[in-house]
Each structure stands twice: as C-alpha cells, then as structure tokens.
Design a binder for this molecule. Structure first.
Ligand SMILES: Cc1cc2nc3c(=O)[nH]c(=O)nc-3n(C[C@H](O)[C@H](O)[C@H](O)COP(=O)(O)OP(=O)(O)OC[C@H]3O[C@@H](n4cnc5c(N)ncnc54)[C@H](O)[C@@H]3O)c2cc1C
Length: 395
C-alpha cells in the first residue's frame, strides 16, 4: 500500500473523551487535518459533574470555547469545607471577583460532564478538518520516518502524520510507549449521582461547592447546568475493585462508611436511589510519554486522583499546548512532541502527586483531622489563593 505523504496526512487520535476531542479541535484550529477514532458506538460522557478551575478557562479562551462552556455552567460563590461529624465550617474560600482577578481574570465553574464533552464535540463537528469515527478501537501502531501506521481492532490499517493517544486510564498506546502495566488502585471509591433541583430539599440546596470531610470519607455537592441539576459525589476507602467508570454501587457499602455523619449529609445521601461507581486509580508520574511521532495526552499520559478536580483541566491544557507546539514545528513532529512533553510533565506530575495528598487531607481522622481544621480555619482568602496559585495561575 502506498504511504500517504507525511506532510499532508492527518493527525490520528485514539479516544474521543474530553481530551481527544479538545486535542482534535485545537489541532484543527491550527490548520491541521485530524482523524479521531472512538471505540464506543457513540460519543458520550457519564452523567456527573465536573469542576473547572481558572486554569482551564485560560486555555479555553485561546481556542474560543470559554463562553460556550460557561453558557451551561454554574459559577459558585464559594468553596466550603465542613466537618462531617460536627457540621462545623472548616474553611470558606470565596470564588468572587477578587479570586478571578488573582487568577488571570478567569472564573471557577462547575458543569455537567456531558455539557463540556458536548461543547467539544460540537466544535469538532463544526470543523471541516476533523473526521470523527465511532466503533473504531485502536489496537496498536508502527512508525516510519515520515508517518505512523495505526492498526484498528478489526485489522484495518490507517496512515497518518502522527498519533496522539487520548485513550484514558487504560490506554492501549501507553502500553507501548511507557509500558508500566496496570494503573495503581488507590483503595478509594467514588459514588456519584445527579438530582433534579426540585428533588433537593430546599434547606439542603446550596449554591456553593460544599465538601464534607469525614474520617476516611468525603462527600461533595454542587449545582450543575445553570442550577437546574445537583451533583453528589461520595468517596470512601474500600478495597472493592471493578474496572471502568460506570458500575452500579451498592447502597449498603456506602452506608457502612457514612454512619454517624451529620443529618445534612445523611439526608442528602438518602435522596439517591441508584449510585454509579468509580474505583479510583492513578499512576506514578513519568518523565517520558513520547515515542517519535507518537505521544500521549490527558489520562493516558498522567492519570490522577480527582481530589484537586483537575484531570479534565490538565487534558485541556495539554491539548491546547500540544497544538501550539505542533504549529511552531510542523516539519519536526518528534521535536514538537518532546517540547510539549517537556512543558507538561512537571506540572502534571505535581498535580498527580498533590492530588494524593489532598485525598489524605480530606479523609484525615483524629489528631490529623484536628490539625487540618486548625491550619485551614485560620486562613484568609488571600492565603488560600496563595496556596493554590501554582495550579490555578497556570499554565
Ligand atoms: C470521580 C471523579 C471526579 C472527577 N472530577 C473532576 C473534576 O472535577 N475536574 C476535572 O478536571 N477532572 C475531574 N476528573 C478527571 C477527569 O474526569 C478525567 O481526567 C478526564 O475525563 C480524562 O479525559 P481523557 O479524555 O484523557 O480520558 P477518558 O475520559 O477516559 O476518555 C478516553 C476515551 O478513549 C476511548 N478509548 C479507550 N481506549 C480506546 C481505544 N483503544 N481505541 C479508541 N478509543 C478508545 C474511551 O472510550 C473514551 O471515550 C474526575 C474523575 C473522577 C473519576
């Protein structure tokens, strides 16, 4: 078979989650053709909320999607942390004009995963440079001096200029590029559910992002979709393991961990008939996730626990920066990919490591919990902003 000329061939992307779609759109915006392969029969995201720090809005502004994301989102007035055993406020961080001014004039917002995924999908569909293909599972790749050959699971081969693995936590492409086996199982489980606003008792509805910190548990809730929905996530320590992001969670297992917590927590948990469950995994940060004309992005490159609410934000930062590096060196993609990785690995590695610490912090017990509460309750908003500036002030 004749090989497609390396300079006119499309970029190939494996995976059409948040990372793959924004990578496709960012490359198209720089004038490059893209073919994206998604294994599922349709593009979709699980029904849950997602928090978006000011750092994601900085890069979304560059690709012109900030307003579209904000149109469906909810901008909470504050983040609150409360003690799940006493109900006491530990800290309240305003997400107001001062916050935004501090972080490049960008907001903090919360949205439905389907809304951010849908906005990225629509952006790709509006570009005549992006081809989206479903029911196409990438099985592997080989490369040659001026391109890559991707093999799909049905045996078909596809030629491209380069390959970007955006295929998530269990990435097939990572297997070959990094080869570090299965993800690390954290021993933490997240249960999630979304309620209609009308199904949330009036005295429990809050416009803020509220986190109830308990011993080996935490529970977060916040409004979604312009306030029409309400997102609930309950996290606890457990050795239970199931691969994937959409298993049904047992209520008995949940209640075992949230016994003894304040009525506000228990009454909210009682509202949910069916929970969906995520067994939380991550990986050790690595310095290299590039192999010539093949690189990784998002969870395929640096999967992290969700405690800093940054996995999708990092994937979006990756995508916009990757496209900029490629546009600066279109004739030397291995060098462009190395520059992208060099720009990204310490920031994403720090986020992977800090996310683990935050998990410990939220789930502290006994004296450790008292120390946490003492340290946080004395903080001014400015001190809280200083503590997170390395993350929200970037990239
Ligand atoms: C409980 C929880 C809460 C979270 N909260 C937040 C938050 O508040 N803020 C935030 O920024 N992040 C959050 N995250 C993290 C965020 O969800 C992920 O980091 C993000 O979705 C990763 O996107 P991705 O596109 O890299 O991977 P994925 O979303 O996993 O997408 C991978 C895609 O690739 C496809 N695929 C896989 N293998 C193949 C193959 N071989 N061929 C073709 N297609 C393939 C999959 O079907 C999928 O569509 C949270 C995560 C969890 C678990």
């Amino acid at each position: 078979m004749a090989r497609t000329n390396g300079t006119s061939a499309p970029f190939l992307i494996s995976g059409g989650g948040i990372g793959g779609l924004i990578a496709a759109y960012s490359l198209a915006q720089q004038g490059f053709p893209v073919r994206l392969f998604e294994q599922s029969s349709e593009f979709r995201e699980v029904g849950a909320g997602i928090q978006l720090g000011p750092n994601i809005f900085r890069v979304l502004e560059k690709v012109g999607l900030k307003d579209a994301i904000l149109a469906d989102a909810h901008v909470p007035p504050a983040q609150e942390m409360r003690d799940a055993l006493t109900g006491k406020l530990i800290t309240r961080i305003p997400l107001d004009a001062e916050f935004s001014k501090r972080f490049n004039n960008q907001p903090y917002a919360v949205t439905h995963r389907a809304d951010i995924h849908g906005t990225f999908l629509k952006a790709c569909q509006s570009s005549n440079l992006v081809t989206l293909e479903t029911s196409r599972r990438v099985a592997g790749y080989t490369q040659h001096p001026d391109g890559v050959t991707v093999t799909l699971e049905n045996g078909e081969t596809v030629e491209g200029r380069a390959l970007i693995g955006c295929d998530g936590m269990w990435s097939k492409i990572r297997e070959k590029v990094v080869g570090d086996g299965q993800p690390r199982v954290s021993g933490h489980i997240a249960y999630r559910a979304v309620l209609k606003r009308a199904d949330v008792p009036e005295d429990l509805w809050r416009p803020d992002v509220v986190l109830w910190a308990g011993p080996r548990t935490h529970f977060v809730h916040y409004p979604l979709r312009r306030g029409e929905l309400y997102n609930l996530v309950a996290v606890f320590h457990s050795d239970h393991y199931e691969e994937g992001w959409d298993a049904e969670g047992s209520k008995d297992l949940l209640w075992k961990h949230f016994q003894g917590q304040v009525p506000q927590v228990q009454r909210m948990l009682e509202r949910i008939e069916t929970w969906r469950m995520w067994v939380l995994c991550d990986r050790e940060p690595v310095k290299n996730w590039t192999d010539g004309r093949v690189t990784l992005l998002g969870d395929a490159a640096h999967p992290m626990l969700q405690y800093l609410a940054q996995g999708a934000c990092m994937a979006t930062e990756d995508a916009v920066i990757l496209a900029e590096k490629v546009a600066a060196r279109p004739d030397d993609l291995p060098a462009a990919f190395k520059e992208y990785q060099h720009d990204r690995y310490l920031r994403t590695g720090r986020t992977q490591i800090m996310a683990r610490f935050y998990g410990e912090f939220y789930h502290a017990r006994g004296v450790a919990a008292e120390l946490r509460d003492m340290a946080l309750s004395g903080r001014t908003p400015q001190q809280s902003y200083d503590g997170i500036a390395w993350l929200y002030g970037g990239p």
